[in-house]
Design a protein around this ligand. Sequence first.
Ligand code: MG
Length: 212
Amino acid sequence: MENVLISDFDGTITRRDFYSLVQDAYMPESAPDYLELCRAGRLSHFDAMASYFAFTPTDDAALHALLSATEPDPDFQTAVAKLRAASWDLIIVSAGSCWYIDKILAASGVTAVVHSNPGHIEIGRGLVIKKPTSSPFFSAEVGIDKAAVVRDAAKRFKQVAFAGDGPPDVEPALLVRPHLRFARDFLAHELQRRGEKFRSFERWADIVRGIV
Ligand SMILES: [Mg+2]
């Protein structure tokens, strides 16, 4: 493959973030707003995610329902095939967890390199995530340094595109050329605020349509 699309997972390939589905369905109203604590510098992004994930249910039926409630783009598999046919590879980067990403990819019939936090389900502890300390892209703050993944890809591929929606996507998005920078939600607003150009998307297949 000559080129690569580096894509965020939650809110980019899926409609809903896994952590927010857990928050809505399984966390008491009185639970702290962990991402607010993260923005205030009192909790790392990794620890905020680990705190939400601790509320994940552990029975198979509830987990299955949560995974489908993330709503991956129904055209995900077709769009990945189209991308690869045009010599564009896909690398997924996420501050969430490989645990649900791998399951959603398998259910969608997609294989891709994933850089994220490993995890497992444990009764009484929910989804337990681990820092990917042996990854060349390890970041103590979020788990995976997405910008480092983009910098590494820039050395190996002719063109690098990036797509995302959240705060950890700002730095990596700014490393790619504007016509290959895809954003929605928080990321789109933040790029706009900084006067940086980008292309907006509604669903993941739009990004592929914008590239090939
Ligand atoms: Mg996201």
